[in-house]
Each structure stands twice: as C-alpha cells, then as structure tokens.
Design a protein around this ligand. Structure first.
Ligand code: 2BA
Length: 108
C-alpha cells in the first residue's frame, strides 16, 4: 500500500474530491497553505493499493490544472518598498504529489 499526499489548488479540490469518490478512492482533505504564495491550498491524503497508484495519479492529473498567479515579491527584496516591487508571475502546479510507502494500515 502507498499513501499519496497531493497538494492541489483550492479551486480544483471539490471536483477532485468527487472524482476520487467516483473512482473508488478514499481520501482525506486537509486545508493547507503554500510556503511561497502564503495562499490557501488543499492537501489530500489518499491511501491506495500499490496497483492502483497510477490510476489515482491519473485522476489527480486530469482534474487539477496549472494556473498563473502574480505575486509581489517584497519578501525577496525587503529593501524595496511594496509600491516599487514589480509583481512576478508564477505557475502554480496542477498538483504536487508525494507517494510514500505505508508500513501498516488498520481501520477500526
Ligand atoms: P507555494 O509554496 O505557495 O508555491 C506556489 C508556486 O510558487 C509554486 O508552484 C512555484 O511555481 C512557485 N514557487 C514556490 N517556491 C518558489 C521559490 N522559492 N522561488 C520561486 N518560485 C517559487 P508549485 O511548485 O506548483 O507548488 C504549489 C504548491 O505545492 C506550493 O505552494 C506548496 O504548497 C506545495 N509544494 C510544492 N513543492 C513542494 C515541496 N517540495 N514540498 C512541500 N510542498 C510543496
């Protein structure tokens, strides 16, 4: 068994949750915050049998979309006044996924 930790954008999280259920996957959705943008995102914990990992990743890939966002990087240039700092564009990924081995899984 594996656990997939998938960090996705808030905008995609509801559809992803529904598609995971439809696909027969159990998941837990946690509110999270990206370290760089300091904006809300969602982290899914998905426990999956080894042979279904690729299917779960495909569900995530299909339903999570890359988007551009602008951020004013005052924290990268603390000497610049916020009014002087030019916003920069960043591509926020569809999903950032970590696939971890599960030593033991029990449900009571
Ligand atoms: P954030 O940390 O808010 O990052 C949002 C986007 O900002 C990133 O998109 C990336 O395009 C850009 N970015 C992040 N750190 C940067 C930096 N030091 N310099 C320049 N640009 C930077 P993604 O890479 O798609 O990441 C989306 C979200 O996934 C992240 O939100 C974070 O919550 C999570 N994430 C990404 N990589 C991670 C990692 N190695 N470990 C833990 N969480 C990660």
């Amino acid at each position: 068994m594996k656990v997939i930790l998938a960090i996705v954008q808030d905008k995609d999280s509801q559809v992803l949750q529904e598609k995971l259920v439809k696909g027969g996957f159990r998941s837990t959705k946690l509110p999270s915050t990206g370290g760089f943008l300091k904006a809300g995102n969602c982290t899914f914990i998905i426990g999956v049998e080894d042979e279904k990992v690729d299917i779960a990743l495909e569900v995530i890939r299909k339903n999570c979309h890359t988007r551009s966002q602008y951020v004013t990087p005052t924290f990268l240039m603390p000497e610049a006044a916020s009014s002087l700092a030019e916003p920069i564009q960043v591509q926020v990924g569809g999903a950032t996924c970590f696939i971890l081995p599960v030593e033991k899984f029990v449900r009571f």
